[in-house]
Design a protein around this ligand. Sequence first.
Ligand code: 8X3
Length: 334
Amino acid sequence: MTADRPTAVVTGASSGIGAATARALSAAGFHVVLGARRTDRLAEVAAEIDGTAVRLDVTDAASVAAFAAAVPECRLLVNNAGGAKGMEPVAEADEDAWRWMFETNVIGTLRVTKALLPALIASGDGHIVTVTSIAALEPYDNGAGYTGAKHAQAMLHRTLRGELLGQPVRLTEILPGMVETEFSLVRFDGDAERADGVYRGLTPLTADDVADVIAFAATRPSHVNLDQIVMKPRAQALTRHVTAGPPHTVARIPQMVGLARKSAQNAAPRSSTASAGSTGATSATDRKPADRNASTIGPASQNVARNETGGSTWATTASARPPSKTPSVVWVRP
Ligand code: 8X3
């Protein structure tokens, strides 16, 4: 769109990873076209970076067509729009939530990619970055709608890698783990307490962390294709295998905080090592001053109680730690 700056399109750019990516790409020299439904927030971000805000609803074919018509040139497409809704077992699956997840993550990515592919190829040096998730790598209980959609979105993206061989288009899949954005707020339908609980006691990735990596991938020489980049906080090994609370505590990711809360109301900690007197302090390097203070983390007994969903118990606190530096995680799975 400008003579001196190649055009990058970012979907879902009104907040979170999308907005951060728009800023990072602008700093890297792109003219950024930002797409999202929330045009007021979109316009604010666009104004900050001298970008262009264009309304985009990836679930609406007409909206995608109008968006693409406003983007005659495109060097880089960042498919970021998507998200999760709800967490329930397959036996209780909410079809509307599943439909929303497949419409936004899968069909939305398909629509935008199809619409901009001719411009990406015509640029002579195109690049498609799709933000999937570590949920595209593994299943987890109560997450089938989201993991299913993310697997499908990833397959769409990975298939293009082969189909576009011989064309001047690179493909990079970014697979983030826990990133503190509006993701959980949307997933839990605006329940802020439940959403906050997902990240309590650990330091998740930030939107800027992910944006940095996207900008890095986008600024490699044209012959360098970073196919897949998996990013997780240090405190997360798998989607539901995280450290939270005291050092050396391993817990399931408290994504089922609603379920866990019910459980916590009734359940006493099963472990004698989880004393109510424990401070629950995390290591200094795992905490941010603003939101990682001890009071938000709570005593270890709460962590254990909170994590007693699905019949699992974790019992690790200072008193469980041996005096040596030997890793001291005690993790009892059902
Ligand atoms: C979400 C990844 O780890 O928060 O895309 O479930 S995680």
